[in-house]
Design a protein around this ligand. Structure first.
Ligand SMILES: C[S@@+](CC[C@H](N)C(=O)[O-])C[C@H]1O[C@@H](n2cnc3c(N)ncnc32)[C@H](O)[C@@H]1O
Length: 267
């Protein structure tokens, strides 16, 4: 039986009730390293660990990867222990631990969010995670985010895992996608219609009298569409602007449109 069944105790409805059920269980050291490597953590990152326990993820991010970090933890003793460990590790200048409810935490400063919580808690956090800046990486130990499928999942041996008979951990990574959903119009009558579900895209691309149906995905603000001789198309979403091109050819500058259709090209 995995940690899943060990911890899946209840089916309750409110956040407060749910988080009371998230116990303190540490991520083993080798899994912590693998999690931070999966997120690609580096010196320019700010790592936010939601439910930071004894602080190991944030402290390791600072000590081994040169990142800054914040741990949010509801148990006062664990916050105290984390601060002492940060001082002992010589990273107290770069990390901080807040005694705080993770559901009342502003997530916006994070470039990387780490979690070892429970499936229901992850699902409750999902709307807030989707509102983070495009390109923010999210990594989770063992639990996924429901139908927001991970961009990558890996399994690592975890002989020191404190719970469950299976001594391995699943690690998942997501990159917060930009919003590419809707209608985009180009200066020459080009039209891109996009239906977006999380990072996955279905699109129709029209140039002149020709039209292609394409599938694709977003990696943060970077978009890639495949599926016809018109592809692969690569693009970048910046708010209401999307540049779309092929290879190194100059892209078409599209603008987001609230209209039902794009205006036809001027003749
Ligand atoms: C499974 S432990 C993970 C600890 C650490 N992140 C790690 O991976 O080693 C989950 C932690 O979340 C904390 N926690 C539970 N509910 C919380 C809440 N509402 N706000 C902040 N922390 C919470 C628990 O006290 C516990 O330390």
């Amino acid at each position: 039986m995995t940690l899943a069944l060990g911890l899946l105790v209840v089916c309750r409805t409110t956040s407060a009730q749910l988080v009371e059920e998230v116990p303190f269980i540490t991520t083993p050291d080798n899994v912590t390293l693998a999690l931070l490597q999966l997120a690609g953590v580096g010196p320019r990152d700010h790592v936010l660990d939601l439910g930071s326990g004894d602080g190991r993820i944030v402290i390791t991010a600072a000590r081994r990867f040169g990142a800054r970090g914040t741990g949010v933890e509801i148990v006062p003793d664990l916050v105290e222990r984390s601060n002492a460990s940060a001082r002992a590790a010589g990273v107290a200048e770069r990390v901080r631990f807040l005694e705080q409810d993770l559901f009342k935490t502003d997530l916006s400063a994070a470039t990387v969010v780490t979690m070892y919580l429970l499936p229901e808690v992850n699902l409750q956090l999902r709307p807030a995670l989707l509102r983070l800046a495009p390109g923010t990486r999210i990594v989770s130990h063992d639990w996924d985010l429901g139908d927001w499928l991970p961009d990558e999942t890996l399994t690592v041996d975890a002989p020191d895992k404190k719970i469950g008979r299976e001594k391995f951990s699943r690690l998942h990574r997501w990159v917060v996608p930009a919003n590419a959903d809707g209608l985009w119009c180009g200066p020459g009558g080009e039209r891109l219609r996009v239906v977006q579900r999380y990072q996955l895209l279905q699109a129709q691309w029209r140039v002149g009298l020709r039209e292609w149906v394409l599938q694709g995905r977003l990696d943060g603000v970077l978009l890639r569409l495949l599926g016809s001789e018109a592809g692969p198309l690569a693009g970048r979403v910046e708010g209401d602007r999307l540049s779309l091109g092929r290879g190194s050819a100059p892209g078409v500058a599209l603008r987001r449109s609230a209209a039902a259709d794009c205006p036809a090209a001027a003749r």
